[in-house]
Design a protein around this ligand. Sequence first.
Ligand SMILES: NC(=O)C1=CN([C@@H]2O[C@H](COP(=O)(O)OP(=O)(O)OC[C@H]3O[C@@H](n4cnc5c(N)ncnc54)[C@H](OP(=O)(O)O)[C@@H]3O)[C@@H](O)[C@H]2O)C=CC1
Ligand SMILES: CCCCCCCCCCCCCCCC(=O)OCC(=O)COP(=O)(O)O
Length: 332
Amino acid sequence: AACWSLAGGAGGAAALERVMGGGPLSLVLGGLGVLLLFRMVRRLRPGARVRDSVVVITGASSGLGRECARVFHAAGARLVLCGRHAGRLQETVEELNEAAGRGHTQTHPPSTVTFDLSEAGAVERAAEEILRLHGNVDVLINNAGISYRGNILETDLSVQRAVMDTNYFGPVALTQALLPSMVRRRSGHVVVISSIQGRIAIPHRSAYAASKHATQAYFDCLRAEVERYGLEVSVVSPGYIRTNLSRNALTGDGSQYGVLDRTTAMGRDPADVARAVLEAVRRRSKDVLLAGLLATVALYLRTLCPALFFKVMAMRARHLNLKHNLSEIVNK
Ligand SMILES: NC(=O)C1=CN([C@@H]2O[C@H](COP(=O)(O)OP(=O)(O)OC[C@H]3O[C@@H](n4cnc5c(N)ncnc54)[C@H](OP(=O)(O)O)[C@@H]3O)[C@@H](O)[C@H]2O)C=CC1
Ligand SMILES: CCCCCCCCCCCCCCCC(=O)OCC(=O)COP(=O)(O)O
């Protein structure tokens, strides 16, 4: 497909060069032609099969994870739902079983595995349990995560570590534990739910944005390294979603923030984001950005005019410090 696109693009560029007499414009248009053809050819590939495939979802007890469970269950996947609380996972299972009774399509009863992603030993044992359940994993959706609110000067190092353990080392450990079996089968798809904050860092989110930047980098490396075994890696980066993420966020002293932020309340419907995750699996998309207008502007600004972006972020940090009445630590 790539060769065909390249040939098409090169042909397009050559034709343009003849018409326009060469020069940078024909090169740019030729390049765009290559990109367009490449995208068209990728779209023509048949979608990956979700029905009957084994799909593991972390953080399936609430928010986006629960919505992913709904859409993948309805699509006929064999689900393994993961979370820290057996009771909450059971609620998801009961809901799915009820929906199965109402629906017309054939679905599979989901299984659950309870563990804390921030405990390395627990993750290894969970991976073994997951493999015992079905023998293999077709799709791993690393969705579980925790956010953070606070300024760096007033944040315990333990909080920085805790967020990193859940959002970065957890998914990394689970992926690495399941990867050998995927490589042996020459088949498997690893999805990770990152965030717009995996691309841009905003004030009062240091732990969270750092964990998501690390996530983006690790899974980009993984994609390149496992392509030769026929494995797929998708990084999904949404903007705000209407879930409990802000309520569950940690603050600088490790306590729970407990507030539903306006940005979260006004966020996307998690069901829409879950459908985008299903589409990413079907289309084998490598990188999915679900950014609204403001986030898109911020992303371009960060790339094309970083100095202005940093200025805007500094103004934002000052405003947040005033709003939350945070002390200037130097005056303490
Ligand atoms: N909401 C938003 O605005 C956005 C969210 N995201 C990302 O989406 C993902 C899902 O978050 P969302 O649904 O919004 O938030 P929720 O707080 O509703 O869900 C988070 C899930 O993660 C699980 N979880 C948290 N900590 C751990 C842990 N240590 N071990 C195992 N499971 C854990 C929770 O399960 P339990 O507590 O039952 O163990 C829960 O099911 C996260 O990765 C988040 O960063 C990305 C962009 C925007
Ligand atoms: C002169 C031109 C000015 C243009 C200014 C643009 C800069 C505006 C900054 C807005 C940044 C958007 C950030 C989006 C963040 C986001 O969507 O995060 C998703 C999450 O993961 C949410 O987690 P949280 O815990 O932060 O709720």
